[in-house]
Design a protein around this ligand. Structure first.
Ligand SMILES: Cc1cc2nc3c(=O)[nH]c(=O)nc-3n(C[C@H](O)[C@H](O)[C@H](O)COP(=O)(O)OP(=O)(O)OC[C@H]3O[C@@H](n4cnc5c(N)ncnc54)[C@H](O)[C@@H]3O)c2cc1C
Length: 489
């Protein structure tokens, strides 16, 4: 535990003010837990620090180097993979006071934001000038795009992952770093808008970095236009092969803004109103009324003439794959139309069931059905059971999305556990390493932040050495998010 007598504490008070540093357990715990940490080992920090500006972040980083205090960046902690667990104590650096949108620029279609800007704030402000960020959400609207990028997240069915133009970070050694054209001196003001300015695209060093290469204090992100017609087309598929085929063909048309699919258990969990969710019989009826898989393809176009052509192209592509356009009514239509439209209602619906880990596979489309069968067989092996609000035992709820294009599809299984039931937690703990090993053997590249540490042995030694060398050179005192990606760094 930290103490107000510690040098770090006393100096941090001078930087951010008394109100924004704490060594009290009740202040610390909320920043050291997430949904998944209920089933995994929990780690507590010694302090919480809440800086208000990029300059204060830099001063805190310099202080941490002086006092050898580990720092763990934390935007909103909405990741579902233990990514903000402070494994080596130290201080959690909460970034939500850095919540300014510096600029929404219509000419370049970009937003310049700080890490405390939430998805909901960005969506709200960008919509005022006919723009929006993609992915729309990347999770609950209480989380933020900067945390999402550092988590390695993205898609939610979005078709563009080149979302970051340039960024500013405080490196672990306390220096300011900028990427893209903002890497040229003075150009952070005159022209920070060229993504690939000199040498490799260094934005990507931060994607999925979990904070180990520094604290991002500013980011210029792409926005996309909200057009006159923004139409989610709902398509029913009878099985996994059909939905994957339909998703591949529709993605390859290159006309959709977002594409995402759910199995019927996921669709039901999202669509149900509170009344239905808590009524076994009604929920069972809802589950039974839904197609095995539902795909949403969102078109975004200028006028009805263009929309007609798009609808026809989509219809041709899905018909070949046993898909059928369907329309819903009542509350089901209302909830599903909100899906990906930037609604926190959807996230709230999605989080109503038991706590869960998002277990992913990332493979080319043709490997998705095999990956799904593999996940099911691993669950069977442990006799791992999940139930829905209907009281029935169900397979895991699934999301499926193209990860930009068709070189990679993402399938997410929501693996639930009951926090109050030790047997359930034990099974969860047995399942996770088995899942990572077996899916990697199958050929799935894993990108589940929070579990990176377990995956390093599977990497090419040259790859992990390069990343380790970068880390060591900019973090000589090992203070920035130690042990988050590399067990020992
Ligand atoms: C219901 C639900 C649905 C979700 N769906 C999706 C989804 O579809 N796609 C998706 O990608 N994610 C999804 N998520 C995960 C998560 O909510 C998002 O990725 C979210 O945007 C993370 O933002 P955050 O501000 O909470 O980040 P945090 O959880 O605070 O941080 C995430 C990681 O980034 C690091 N970090 C945070 N801020 C900084 C910074 N400024 N500099 C350096 N490192 C930093 C943290 O240390 C941590 O490792 C979902 C989560 C929920 C609860």
């Amino acid at each position: 535990m930290g103490s107000p007598q510690d040098e770090f504490f006393k100096e941090a008070v001078k930087i951010v003010g008394e109100k924004y540093v704490s060594a009290d357990r009740e202040d610390i715990i909320p920043y050291c837990r997430d949904e998944v940490s209920q089933a995994l080992k929990a780690y507590d920090s010694d302090y919480v620090v809440v800086p208000g500006t990029g300059e204060e972040v830099q001063e805190i980083v310099k202080l941490a180097n002086k006092t050898k205090t580990p720092l763990y960046p934390y935007s909103y902690g909405t990741n579902l993979s233990g990514a903000t667990s402070p494994r080596k104590g130290g201080a959690v650096v909460v970034l939500r006071r850095l919540n300014r949108i510096h600029k929404i620029d219509q000419e370049t279609r970009t937003a310049t934001i700080e890490p405390g800007v939430t998805w909901s704030k960005l969506i709200f402000e960008a919509k005022k000038v006919g723009l929006e960020p993609l992915p729309l959400g990347g999770g609950p609207h209480t989380g933020g795009p900067v945390g999402n990028f550092n988590l390695g997240g993205g898609s939610t069915g979005s078709m563009d992952m080149n979302d970051v133009v340039s960024l500013e970070a405080v490196l672990p050694n306390g220096e300011i770093f900028r990427t893209g054209s903002a890497a040229f001196q003075g150009m952070e003001e005159t022209n920070p808008y060229f993504r690939i300015a000199w040498g490799p695209n260094m934005n990507e060093l931060f994607r999925g970095s979990m904070g180990i290469f520094g604290i991002v204090t500013k980011m210029i992100r792409r926005l996309v236009p909200v057009r006159a017609i923004e139409e989610p087309i709902q398509i029913a598929f009878p099985d996994i092969e059909s939905v994957v085929g339909g998703m591949k063909d529709v993605t390859q048309l290159g006309i959709c803004k977002q594409i995402v699919a759910t199995n019927k258990y996921q669709t039901a969990a999202i669509a149900a109103t509170s009344d239905v969710f808590h009524n076994q019989e009604e929920f069972a009826k809802l589950e039974d009324s839904l197609p095995e898989f539902l795909m949403m393809a969102k078109i975004s176009c200028h006028n009805e003439k263009q929309a007609e052509v798009y609808r026809e192209l989509i219809n041709d592509a899905i018909t070949k794959n046993n898909g059928k356009i369907i329309t819903f009514e009542g509350y089901v239509k209302e909830s599903l139309d909100m899906l990906w439209g930037g609604s926190s209602v959807v996230a709230i619906h999605y989080l109503r069931h038991e706590p869960h880990l998002m277990a992913f596979v990332y493979v080319p489309p043709h490997m998705i059905p095999g990956a799904m069968r593999l996940a099911h067989s691993l669950l069977d092996k442990l006799d791992y059971k999940m139930t829905s609000s209907s009281g029935r035992t169900i397979p895991p709820r699934i999301w499926l999305a193209p990860w930009e294009r068709t070189e990679c599809f993402m399938m997410e299984y929501d693996i639930e556990f009951k926090p109050e039931d030790q047997e359930s937690i034990d099974k969860f703990r047995q399942f996770m390493p088995m899942y990572f090993q077996e899916t990697m053997k199958y050929g799935s590249a894993q990108a589940s932040a929070g579990f990176f540490r377990q995956m390093e042995p599977g990497l090419l030694p040259s790859y992990s050495k390069l990343l380790r060398d970068i880390k060591k050179s900019i973090d000589p005192n090992g203070i920035m998010a130690p042990s988050q990606v590399f067990k020992d760094l």
